[in-house]
Write a protein that binds this ligand. Structure first.
Ligand code: NAP
Ligand code: GLV
Length: 309
């Protein structure tokens, strides 16, 4: 039984010992050292080259190293009969909640304005909005969005969420579907994007969406670069309708040198680090699913390609 590991950062030295310790019978191969491709039954993978997975004829399951599976769905030769499992693990969830709470409070407490004031040695107290009067809206109430929404609500922020299907979460004002989007946007001053990238959500952060937000709203994009129409955000920042943005994901990654976001005074850029799968906690999700597969049981967190996530 062999598993192929591939990440886009130097993660093998963390992952390989964790897999060997928890699944001692598994032979771990690290991309690009495939060995005999017919022996590969599992992959734990991030951004494989298109067509790679189709070459493993005995593949039983494809485990995504991340929560998002757009890096796999974009492969036209993805073997349709092999289940794809997205990453669900508490390290990834708590990392994302930290990022969302940090960026939300950053905009709520006007840290960009205070940073500008510091640069010109200005001591000036700006208007203060109490947490319960600050309306935050989370697009995507899945594993990550619902945890972030609940933690923000414990800080007394006025939190709403938007999902594809109806949801009921304690203390969160829940909207759903295209019919719920306009009302959700109209009440949202800080908009957090945490939906998966699908045909329905691509470009969802666009001029039309921004126009439905109240003037002075802030955008936090921790989903995917494909959610954002970059020119529309630049225009909305220029007009002042959107006050500021925190962006972790981009159409092109790494964000190209000279891109207007790099130096934009109202944009906070991070290099796709909102959250990262933690081997120490994620190994249990992987191992439990390998054991389920070997025991002939259904896998958990399998992607439904009909809905796209
Ligand atoms: P998830 O559990 O599958 O949740 C997805 C949520 O989005 C669900 O609430 C779903 O609605 C909603 N949704 C999907 N399509 C929708 C649509 N067309 N309209 C309205 N709502 C829609 O996913 P997750 O684990 O929370 O992860 C979310 C995304 O975060 C990932 O796909 C990935 O792109 C991104 N991410 C980014 C980072 C980073 O470092 N920047 C790290 C991890 C993940 P239902 O509840 O009705 O299904
Ligand atoms: C990271 O972007 C992930 O999808 O986990």
């Amino acid at each position: 039984m062999a598993l192929l590991f591939k990440s886009d950062a130097d993660r093998a030295e963390l992952w390989v010992p964790a897999i060997r310790a928890r699944l001692p019978e598994m032979e771990v191969r690290v991309w690009p050292d495939l060995g005999d491709p017919d022996e590969i039954e599992y992959t734990l993978i991030w951004k494989p080259p298109a067509g790679l997975l189709a070459g493993f004829k005995n593949l039983k399951a494809i485990f995504s190293l991340g929560a998002g599976i757009d890096h796999l769905a974009s492969d036209p030769k993805l073997p349709p009969q092999v289940p794809v499992v997205r990453m669900v693990e508490r390290g990834l969830t708590s990392g994302m909640t930290e990022y969302v709470v940090m960026q939300t409070l950053f905009h709520h407490r006007r840290m960009l304005d205070y940073r500008d004031q510091q640069a010109c040695e200005t001591w000036k107290i700006l208007p203060f909005v109490p947490a319960w009067k600050r309306r935050v809206g989370i697009m995507g109430l899945g594993v990550l969005g619902s945890d972030a929404a609940e933690k923000l609500a414990t800080l007394r922020l006025d939190v709403a969420g938007w999902s594809r299907s109806p949801k009921a979460l304690d203390g969160i004002d829940c909207y759903h579907g295209s019919e719920g989007l306009e009302d959700f946007l109209a009440r949202t001053e800080i908009l957090v994007c945490l939906v998966p990238l699908t045909d329905e959500t691509r470009g969802i952060l666009n001029a039309d969406t921004f126009a439905k937000l109240p003037a002075g709203a802030c955008i936090i994009n921790a989903g995917r670069g494909g959610h954002l129409v970059e020119e529309d955000l630049l225009a909305a920042l220029e007009s002042g309708h959107i006050d500021s943005a925190s962006l972790d994901v981009f159409h092109d990654e790494p964000l190209p040198a000279g891109h207007p976001f790099w130096q934009h005074p109202r944009v906070v850029v991070t290099p796709h680090v909102a959250s990262i799968t933690v081997p120490e906690t994620a190994i249990e999700s992987l191992a439990a699913n390998v054991e389920r597969m070997e025991a002939g049981l259904p896998l958990e967190n399998v992607v439904d390609f009909k809905r796209g996530y």
